[in-house]
Design a protein around this ligand. Structure first.
Ligand code: ZN
Length: 290
């Protein structure tokens, strides 16, 4: 699909019904805007290996977008493989003290432009941040673009999310209600909502239910410790992983914009939007009990 073929704020029928404001009052997910983010990351910037100039460029771009939406942005640097990588963390100035973390990783493996893995997930996170920028529910969230999720020279993966969890105080770890990692979600396959089984599955089950009720094809599974939810779960924070499984272009130079599915990007966006719409104080309290 080309940009010219898609009108700004293009959505599908179900989103348009909700756009009236009666059902939840959230603006609809724009596949046009989300695709702009995917193209910026996977085509203009391209391969974004951790600690390289291109990972930094991605971080700078995303920080600028979050700021343009009115979020307070912190770019948190950390050392890995003898160099510097970054997490981009965006929170509203009126956010609750310990918000729910909605994130996706921005780095790629060498030679892969990473359209599906994971410009797609970052694009959903950024677009959902836009939908929530002026909505009362936006106060419950902290949006993160993680650096260094992929394996590097030190043999470790999801380093950025591990650093974020390590830098939380004990109180923050106890009070952070949950986390969702959106990673590889636009490749022509059905969605899977899951978690690693180290902490409570309450968030993963809610993600599953909300997507299922929104009419989006999704299955629930206990999944690998293979995305940024892992470090959160290991510290007892209920976290979830939204994914569409292994695919032929995984970690390959063929993980390009042409080989991803715009339709599936929009589907996942609608799903995450349905999930965040359900947030209220009672939900935050319920997650904190787990
Ligand atoms: Zn990934």
């Amino acid at each position: 699909m080309t940009e010219a073929a898609v009108a700004p704020d293009d959505g599908d029928g179900s989103d348009e019904l909700m756009a009236s404001g009666a059902a939840g009052g959230l603006a609809r997910f724009s596949r046009y805007r989300a695709m702009k983010t995917v193209r910026k990351l996977a085509e203009d910037i391209g391969v974004r290996v951790r600690t390289t100039r291109n990972e930094t460029r991605a971080a700078r771009y995303l920080a600028g977008r979050f700021r343009a939406f009115g979020y307070e942005v912190k770019v948190r640097r950390f050392e890995v493989d003898g160099a510097i990588s970054r997490n981009v963390i965006a929170t509203r100035s009126d956010a609750i003290r310990f918000p729910f973390v909605l994130g996706g990783h921005m780095d790629t493996v060498p030679r892969a432009p990473g359209a599906n893995d994971n410009a797609s997930g970052v694009a959903v996170v950024l677009e959902v941040a836009r939908l929530l920028k002026d909505d009362p529910r936006g106060r419950f969230f902290r949006f993160v673009a993680f650096g260094s999720e992929e394996y590097g020279k030190n043999g470790k993966h999801h380093v950025g999310s591990q650093v974020m969890v390590n830098r939380m105080t004990r109180r923050a770890r106890r009070r952070t209600p949950g986390m969702l990692s959106v990673d590889m979600i636009a490749d022509g396959r059905p969605l899977i909502a899951g978690y690693s089984g180290f902490a409570s599955g309450v968030v993963a089950r809610d993600v599953y239910r909300k997507l299922d009720r929104a009419g989006i094809g999704v299955t629930f599974r206990v999944l690998c410790d293979c995305s940024d939810h892992g470090p959160f779960e290991r510290r007892g924070i209920p976290a979830a992983f939204l994914w569409s499984g292994d695919e032929p272009n995984y970690h390959d130079p063929s993980d390009t914009v042409e080989n991803m599915s715009v339709k599936d990007l929009a589907r996942t966006g609608r799903g995450v939007r349905a999930y965040v719409r359900s947030f209220n104080r009672a939900l935050i309290r319920r997650y904190r009990r787990h």
